[in-house]
Design a protein around this ligand. Structure first.
Ligand code: ZN
Length: 252
């Protein structure tokens, strides 16, 4: 599949827009994901650092790992794709509506200026209690700590704290998911950037938008696995393609 010729999208100021982003947007800022290295993530097995079983087995390792991921994310900068998406939110602010659903946990969209961001897979910069019976397990708090003398413990119950990341095998946060589904259900334009369309349930959002008649658009290095859900397909690096697609917004 060759993809469509990249040219500026015509986006009305009063449009309801949902943007869904994935690892392809972060990659150009230098954020590695486990997919880059055949099931390993920075030399660690995904089962060891990105599942609850791995955390229970070795919480020290998991906290060391996410502390390094925090340091990595704080070292890098948003790229032109992040800034173009932030400009789109600004462009729609008066008459339209805008929701960004991101599978990325690195906080780069917020740093680029986006405000209405649903971090559907959690955030590197939030921490919560791991004890499901503790109320603090429902209320993640902001946390940029990168150096620990000891394992961080919950002030309410004394249990272990954990990164607020949706690990493999875990459910999405119910409230965040409900907000995302609502925005997808209401949108006129659904734009996916830098996601391969294989991680469920988020990969199904484009199907919902498509069936409800939205203008579904994807920009990715290669055609995503769920390419049949998109009316328009643009191939290339997010940092190059997205500013071209959003040229009218950026020149506004
Ligand atoms: Zn607790």
């Amino acid at each position: 599949m060759a993809g469509h010729k990249v040219s500026a999208l015509d986006i009305p100021r009063n449009a309801a827009v949902v943007v869904l982003t994935g690892a392809g947007v972060s990659a150009e800022s230098g954020i590695a994901t486990f997919r880059d290295s055949g099931g390993l993530w920075e030399q660690h097995r995904v089962e060891d650092v990105a599942t609850h079983e791995g955390f229970v087995k070795n919480p020290e390792l998991v906290w060391r790992f996410y502390s390094l991921r925090r340091k990595d994310a704080l070292r890098v900068h948003p790229n032109p794709a992040h800034y173009a998406i932030a400009a789109l939110e600004e462009y729609l602010a008066d008459k339209g509506s805008f929701t960004l659903i991101t599978q990325n946990v690195d906080g780069l969209h917020s740093r680029a200026g986006n405000k209405n961001v649903l971090e559907i897979h959690g955030s590197l910069f939030k921490t919560k209690c791991d004890n499901p019976r503790c109320p603090a397990s429902e209320t993640p708090f902001d946390d940029e700590t990168t150096d620990y003398d000891a394992l961080p413990k919950c002030e309410k119950c004394g249990g272990l704290l954990r990164p607020d990341i949706v690990w493999f095998g875990e459910q999405l946060d119910r409230v965040t998911e409900a907000k995302a589904m609502h925005a997808v259900g209401e949108c006129e334009i659904f734009l996916t950037i830098g996601t391969s369309g294989v991680v469920w349930p988020v990969a199904g959002y484009s199907r919902l938008a498509y069936e409800l008649g939205a203008r579904t658009i994807t920009a990715n290095l290669e055609p995503p696995a769920n390419v049949q859900n998109y009316r328009e397909v643009y191939l290339g690096k997010a940092g190059e393609v997205v500013p071209m697609l959003l040229a009218n917004v950026l020149n506004d």
